[in-house]
Design a protein around this ligand. Structure first.
Ligand code: COA
Length: 320
């Protein structure tokens, strides 16, 4: 049996402030009904003063460590997926490391927008397989509220803040663990979903810009293709899947992807209604919800998938 990574704990964190569609309708020309019908979103959480990507990530990481029964000092690797770091540098992962009281481990951020968690998970999985660490924290954490144009109704209603984390542990026995991951990027679509600022261009943070309809069109095709590819790499077929934990961008994308793959919609974990799109945090947040409410059980075959700016997209097949 070759070395692989097991998911042994999950955790999540949401800022306490919950913003409903009705509240947003007081700021921009929209309605609760329009947002629910087009996206499935009913509410999102928004970070307040002092709440940052690193503080949310730390809270999620502590809960994942507690669920795993693993001490922070055992962690040899932290990979934090985010497009909204606390600072340009140092990496927010090192802020989390210090907040957890870990003096020395590998720690860095990964930026692949909404696919960030899949990229981070794949990197950590391969580093564990390569013997670089025995225990890893993989975190997705975002504060997209800080890069939204709150005057643009076509984008500001879609996103929220939050964090999710998993603890990975190396194993050489059993049939559980991360069975396959697959990642993609196609930079030709960079102008469909981007931030109009940056360190080396405008010197400002910038705001999120998106051509929603075009993103939607690509999302369903790319997600269905990478799910098929990753299942094949893992030696499984879609009828064997117990749960799909998708990136939570839009309920209509979730439904369309499930349909394209012939999956029972009841097997798709949905949190977009309460969290909106939390970018790199959405997959581990949804995973944590479904593990804690008892839907995902040890031994289940689960599939994680995401698509985001870049475009980037990817999937993982896991025997939980
Ligand atoms: N409230 C009311 N009307 C809105 C609105 C809002 N919040 N946002 C946009 N509209 C309007 C538009 O201005 C447009 O009006 P017009 O026809 O007078 O110009 C109309 O609704 C239709 O806009 P359109 O963009 O064509 O709507 P849509 O059905 O494509 O839905 C999205 C818009 C953004 C919900 C949808 O395209 C989507 O979800 N795309 C994918 C986005 C995504 O998931 N991105 C992240 C990937 S990681």
């Amino acid at each position: 049996m070759s070395r692989r990574a097991l998911i042994v704990g999950t955790g999540a964190a949401l800022p306490p402030r919950r913003v409903t569609n009705t509240e947003l309708a007081e700021r921009v020309d929209t309605t609760h009904e329009w947002i629910v019908e087009r996206t499935g979103i009913e509410a999102r959480h928004v970070a307040g003063d002092g709440e940052t990507t690193a503080t949310l990530a730390t809270e999620a990481a502590k809960k994942a460590l507690a669920a795993a029964g693993i001490e922070a000092k055992e962690i040899g690797l932290i990979v934090l997926a985010t497009s909204t770091p606390d600072q340009t540098f140092p990496a927010s992962a090192t802020r989390v490391q210090t907040a957890l009281g870990i003096d020395d481990c590998i720690a860095f951020d990964v930026q692949a927008v909404c696919t960030g968690f899949l990229y981070a998970l794949s990197i950590a999985d391969n580093m564990i397989k390569g013997g670089m660490a025995d225990h890893a924290l993989v975190i997705g954490s975002e504060t997209f509220s800080r890069i939204l144009d709150w005057e643009d109704r076509a984008t500001c209603v879609l996103f929220g803040d939050g964090a999710g984390a998993v603890v990975l542990k190396a194993t050489e026995t059993g049939d559980k663990g991360i069975l396959a991951t697959r990642l993609h990027a196609d930079g030709r679509h960079g102008d469909l979903l981007y931030v109009d600022g940056g360190v080396s261009t405008t010197g400002t943070v910038g705001k999120l810009r998106m051509k929603g309809k075009e993103v939607f069109r690509h999302a369903v095709t790319n997600l269905a293709a990478v799910l098929d590819e990753t299942l094949e790499a893992a030696g499984h077929v879609s009828s064997e899947i117990d749960w799909v934990v998708p990136h939570q961008a839009n309920k209509r994308i979730l439904d369309a992807t499930a349909k394209k793959l012939g999956l029972d919609p009841a097997k798709v974990i949905v949190t977009v209604d309460q969290h909106a799109n939390t970018s790199a945090a959405s997959v581990p947040l949804a995973l944590d919800v479904a593990v804690r409410d008892g839907r995902i059980k040890p031994g289940d075959l689960i599939v994680l998938e995401a698509m985001g700016g870049g475009f980037t997209w990817g999937a993982a097949v896991v025997r939980y």
